[in-house]
Design a protein around this ligand. Structure first.
Ligand SMILES: [Zn+2]
Length: 315
């Protein structure tokens, strides 16, 4: 699909070629090597206006009728189309879109179909107010799982023998707060999966829908080499408080144009502006996670808000 897409759409190929030259650096924060990527082509997404009025005014870029005529659409999942993301963050980057124009309301379980078909991939969901640049059109994305430092850290620290559910605070020293879930390939696992789309965050405004404030990632792992080696599915649920941190809106020296979605929350911080890439520090990143996610202290109480999920996991 990539070969055919690149032949048909040279601009798309140029964007992937440019990505290979994108600079990266690592900032170790506790148990996680956070990756910072300088990626000027992502400015269109980072700067996207996602307020209701701006969304209503523009033609939806995920609807088939508005997509570039060069863009291929893979048909492997019922009711969805698999697109190659023309503005990639990573060298393999798919956007999987609903055939119907419908709101980004909750994580679609088709993410499970995708990683079942593609065990090298992690599928991820940006809630409507947690990084989605098309909150009006249901979609998820997928990249190669080896590109996300958080996934390998979680696989290392959350062993099968530890049980199905761990809060990030129980696993190690992480700069962001999340729930780690190991999903057995069994009936109990199916029940757990069915609960995943109900998770949300803790938005500040009382009128806000908690489900709009969440990032969810799903992937197949390779089995625990020291124990049960049968592959299992894993999920990370990252509850959010808001979409963008204060530094996004700051002017001059204080501005850092970071607009976190699931990948940023999973330890891959994208900075479209060169000056931000050069000067962002561990302290800045910790503050971005603190403002847009939950604190370690808030996490247990947040989790208590999902009694149906707890019923299936036993804790
Ligand atoms: Zn649409």
């Amino acid at each position: 699909m990539y070969r055919e897409q690149f032949d048909r759409w040279p601009q798309c190929k140029d964007n992937y070629d440019a990505l290979l030259k994108a600079e990266r650096r690592t900032i170790v924060m506790g148990d996680l090597p956070v990756m910072v990527q300088c990626n000027p082509a992502r400015a269109r997404s980072t700067e996207a206006k996602v307020d209701a009025a701006s969304i209503a005014e523009r033609p939806c870029f995920l609807c088939a009728k508005n997509r570039p005529k060069e863009q291929l659409a893979g048909q492997a999942i019922p009711d969805f189309e698999i697109l190659i993301n023309p503005y990639p963050i990573l060298p393999v980057h798919f956007t999987v879109v609903s055939k119907e124009h419908q709101r980004q309301d909750a994580m679609p379980l088709e993410m499970v179909n995708f990683v079942d078909m593609t065990p090298q991939a992690v599928a991820f969901f940006n809630g409507a107010k947690a990084g989605a640049s098309a909150p009006d059109h249901l979609h998820f994305q997928a990249v190669l799982k080896e590109e996300l430092p958080l996934l390998s850290a979680v696989e290392r620290l959350h062993r099968y023998s530890d049980g199905t559910v761990k809060l990030s605070t129980e696993l190690g020293d992480f700069p962001m707060s999340f729930l780690s879930v190991i999903i057995p390939l069994s009936f109990e696992g199916m029940l757990m999966l069915a609960e995943l789309p109900k998770f949300g965050g803790l938005p500040d405004g009382p009128e806000a829908n908690p489900r709009d404030f969440v990032n969810t990632l799903v992937w197949m792992d390779n089995g625990d080499p020291e124990g049960d080696d049968s592959p299992k599915m894993r999920a990370l649920v990252i509850p959010r408080r808001r979409h963008r941190p204060d530094c996004y809106f700051a002017q001059g020296e204080d501005k850092l144009a970071v607009s976190p979605g699931a990948l940023d929350m999973a330890g891959l911080i994208v900075t479209p502006r060169r000056e931000d890439f050069d000067r962002i520090t561990a302290g800045d990143i910790a503050e971005i996670y603190r403002q847009t996610g939950l604190s370690a202290a808030e996490l247990p109480e947040w989790y208590e808000g999902y009694p149906d999920f707890i019923k299936y996991t036993g804790r």
